[in-house]
Design a protein around this ligand. Structure first.
Ligand SMILES: Nc1nc2c(ncn2[C@@H]2O[C@H](COP(=O)(O)OP(=O)(O)OP(=O)(O)O)[C@@H](O)[C@H]2O)c(=O)[nH]1
Ligand SMILES: [Mg+2]
Length: 330
């Protein structure tokens, strides 16, 4: 029986293969187990993954003197439609931005090195929630070593900068060094063929924060030139909220995912709870996410939305589009 693995599972498997450290391996393997569809066709694979996980955990217990995976400060459990890491120099306003975009209450203070641990918050955009993770600063003086893992494992990296910062160039260099250590390449300038085999490609965006302090915009224009041209730039103020609407939208769009509204035959679609899938996902992949048994027994689907007339009958290979309403028939 075919295993019918989802694209999310395959991505986790890819991460497992590319994992540079023990923690990354564990992380990817746990995700593979969580994403593995559970049916007869995957029983053997499930047992095999469990065995590998037990072995890795045992190795970890030796090297980490009993520390469990939950002690890894660079691991933040993914929730919502995708995960963005907020990174940047001390005092740039990463925590203020998290507080402005989500309901989280991180410590915000007028001195550097306020944030010590990763803190997630959920950002609402339309009917979706996107996870943002506030982090301790990246700086020429000190950058937490576990930040490397955190940015690698995120779906996107938001570089938060303060154009009024006297040490802007040095601070920016520390952020670039972090991305280099993490082997993160921006989506808009993917790695060349001879790049490191563990390179990962993420959307990377820059935020020039505290725009309210640069009334004439002169500093903003000056520092813009120093930025990597492959990072799209947002000029915002966490304090006044300026520029945040555009940022919310870009953080969702850059994930390159689609939302699908599943509906049961004879019922209305659940318009407040979309399923989030990778762009290009098919009806069969949606069925897997909705219920693995449904995926096995899927006969056809009816679809309302793009590239289909209302209620059109399609098979499991039909590609989905953002906003489609799908009725699955098992
Ligand atoms: N005027 C103004 N001040 C801001 C803005 N965003 C943050 N601040 C202030 O900048 C200071 C630092 O903000 P934080 O959010 O703590 O900065 P951080 O990047 O999290 O700093 P670390 O945790 O030390 O890395 C605080 O005094 C904030 O009130 C903004 O948009 N405008
Ligand atoms: Mg902070």
């Amino acid at each position: 029986m075919p295993a019918n693995l989802t694209p999310q599972y395959k991505q986790a498997e890819e991460r497992f293969r590319a994992a540079a450290t023990h923690d990354e391996k564990l992380d990817a393997l746990r995700e593979m187990l969580a994403l593995l569809p559970k049916h007869k066709g995957t029983e053997k694979l499930h047992a095999d993954l469990k065995k590998r996980l037990a072995k890795l955990e045992e190795e970890g217990a030796h090297t980490h003197r009993g520390a469990t995976r939950h002690d890894d400060p660079g691991h933040v459990r993914r929730e919502g439609a995708g995960q963005w890491a907020l990174v940047g120099p001390p005092n740039a306003g990463k925590s203020a931005l998290l507080a402005a975009l989500t309901h989280a209450h991180p410590e915000v203070a007028p001195y550097p090195f306020t944030t010590r641990v990763a803190q997630p918050g959920m950002m609402a955009f339309e009917d979706l929630l996107v996870q943002l993770v506030d982090t301790p600063p990246a700086s020429p003086q000190h950058t937490e070593p576990w930040l490397t893992n955190l940015v690698r494992n995120a779906d996107g990296v938001l570089v938060v900068l303060d154009p009024n910062d006297d040490a802007f160039d040095d601070d920016l260099a520390a952020v670039r060094a972090l991305l280099e250590r993490a082997k993160v390449w921006p989506k808009s300038a993917p790695p060349p063929g001879d790049a490191h085999p563990w390179a990962v490609v993420h959307p990377v965006r820059a935020v020039l924060n505290k725009a309210d302090l640069d009334g004439d915009g002169i500093l903003i224009e000056l520092v813009r030139e120093a930025l990597d041209p492959s990072w799209p730039v947002h000029v915002v103020s966490a304090a006044t909220g300026a520029g945040l609407d555009g940022l919310r939208k870009a953080l969702w769009l850059d994930l390159d995912r689609i939302r699908i509204y599943a509906k049961e035959p004879g019922h209305k679609a659940e318009h407040d709870r979309p399923f989030v899938l990778d762009r290009g996902a098919t009806v069969g992949e949606l069925a897997h996410v909705v219920h693995h048994e449904l995926a096995e027994h899927l006969k056809f689907a009816r679809i309302w939305g793009h590239a289909a007339f209302d209620g059109q009958q399609v098979d499991r290979h039909h590609p989905l589009h953002d906003g489609d309403v799908v009725e699955l028939h098992g």
